[in-house]
Design a protein around this ligand. Structure first.
Ligand SMILES: Cc1cc2nc3c(=O)[nH]c(=O)nc-3n(C[C@H](O)[C@H](O)[C@H](O)COP(=O)(O)OP(=O)(O)OC[C@H]3O[C@@H](n4cnc5c(N)ncnc54)[C@H](O)[C@@H]3O)c2cc1C
Length: 382
């Protein structure tokens, strides 16, 4: 396991808490929750009780006011436990929008509930007609007296079927592109005109609730606009994206480590031609490459995290962490599956689940092509 130089005894104790939480509260339920296609609310509440949901939320709003290193610990440990079903990443992202841009009233209203697990958060950007091109969203939120009138639909929304709070990307000025985009907070409970569409069947991430959302003349108070003015949404999204990309990077790191761990167990046990699979030079070289990539990824992510905390992480570097991290994750898991032979293709082996779950990492959070485009734009500046 990589040595994160920033880790103190406090981080290690936190890591032990998260690892125990997954061993005791997640692992025995893995199969049932995979079949159910959703993580029960009791798990969220327990995570809230342990302080995991509010680690980086200010203390006066129900959190622990810790640095993002603690969230990184949770993302790594969740993935190391072989889970990508619990939608903590998007809950955390939704929370950070309110921390960054919420008024005092908004923070007091929502953050304590997001920290305790009473509310589950989601972020609703993608629509059936547009994903990468966020400026082209067609969901509208039109001011009408003291309210916004919302119409449109979203798809692929993580936690979509169970979320109580959505950070919604909508056009407050449908005629403009980026300047027309705003972020609004939508409380879903009992909301007239709001409905959850299909819960989407996916290649992997079977425990994860991914859904379509529909807004048909939904009304919310104008005080639920995030930020001081309409039209700030695109800027707000761009400012938060580097953290979102590091979250995906740390998830990639944990999943790759999980794959290496289960594969080492397997190849030390399994025999062919009278020797352990581990003893073939090919196995040794492949696993050596995997372990090296894991160390490189950890070192790069940690450097990005330090820069993020200091306020100097560039969008280009965050994009590198996301694309390279997810690419390395997919390559490592593919190789680890290969070393399992036919058993790697069987659902009862964790490597099979890791393989299916990994693929989307190259797609969501900004596709890897968009990441490379962003990096290239930075290279092509005068
Ligand atoms: C399991 C899952 C969970 C998700 N969770 C969420 C969520 O919680 N909230 C949310 O809002 N969204 C979520 N998404 C949506 C995800 O972020 C989008 O799928 C992603 O941004 C890509 O958008 P798209 O699917 O519309 O693909 P498109 O934008 O249609 O892209 C199709 C292809 O064209 C390429 N392409 C597009 N533009 C360019 C370009 N300029 N240059 C080069 N290539 C380009 C893309 O890279 C891709 O290969 C989720 C998706 C999945 C699968």
């Amino acid at each position: 396991m990589p040595n994160h130089l920033w880790m103190t005894d406090e981080h290690r104790a936190y890591r032990d808490t998260v690892a125990r939480f997954f061993a005791e509260d997640f692992e025995p339920n893995r199969r049932d929750w995979t079949t159910a296609g959703v993580i029960p609310r009791a798990f969220w509440k327990k995570a809230g009780d342990l302080g995991l949901l509010g680690a980086t939320i200010p203390e006066d709003h129900g959190g622990l006011d810790l640095s993002r290193h603690f969230d990184a610990v949770t993302f790594i440990e969740q993935a190391r436990a072989g889970d990508s079903g619990w939608g903590f990443s998007v809950h955390n992202i939704a929370t950070h929008y309110i921390v960054a841009y919420g008024t005092d009233e908004q923070k007091s209203r929502w953050l304590p509930k997001l920290a305790s697990g009473e509310m589950v958060g989601a972020i609703a950007m993608t629509e059936p007609g547009t994903g990468s091109d966020l400026q082209a969203v067609r969901t509208t939120a039109i001011a009408d007296g003291n309210e916004y009138l919302i119409n449109g639909s979203k798809t692929f929304i993580t936690n979509g079927g169970s979320a109580d709070l959505l950070v919604l990307v909508a056009k407050t000025d449908p005629k403009s592109r980026s300047k027309g985009v705003s972020l609004l907070i939508v409380e879903t409970e009992g909301l007239d005109g709001f409905s959850v569409g299909r819960r989407l069947d996916k290649l992997g991430m079977k425990r994860n609730d991914t859904a379509e959302l529909n807004f048909d003349d939904v009304r919310i108070p104008r005080t639920h606009l995030l930020g001081s003015e309409e039209g700030e949404g695109f800027y707000q999204l761009m400012k938060q994206l580097p953290w979102e990309r590091l979250i995906l990077g740390y998830g990639a790191l944990g999943a790759a480590q999980c794959a290496l761990d289960v594969t080492l167990d397997y190849v030390r046990e399994r025999k062919a031609f009278g020797q352990r699979i581990m003893d073939f030079q090919n196995t040794r070289f492949q696993l050596a490459e995997c372990a090296t990539k894991i160390e490189l990824l950890a070192a790069f992510l940690d450097q990005c995290l330090e820069e993020l905390e200091q306020g100097s992480l560039t969008p280009e570097k965050a994009a590198m962490a996301k694309w390279w991290g997810s690419q390395a994750q997919c390559e490592i898991i593919d190789e680890c599956l290969q070393l399992h032979g036919g058993y790697g293709y069987m659902s009862e082996y964790l490597i099979c689940e890791l393989y299916a779950d990994a693929r989307v990492q190259k797609i969501y959070g900004g596709t890897n092509e968009i990441m490379k485009e962003l990096i290239a734009r930075g290279l092509d500046k005068d």
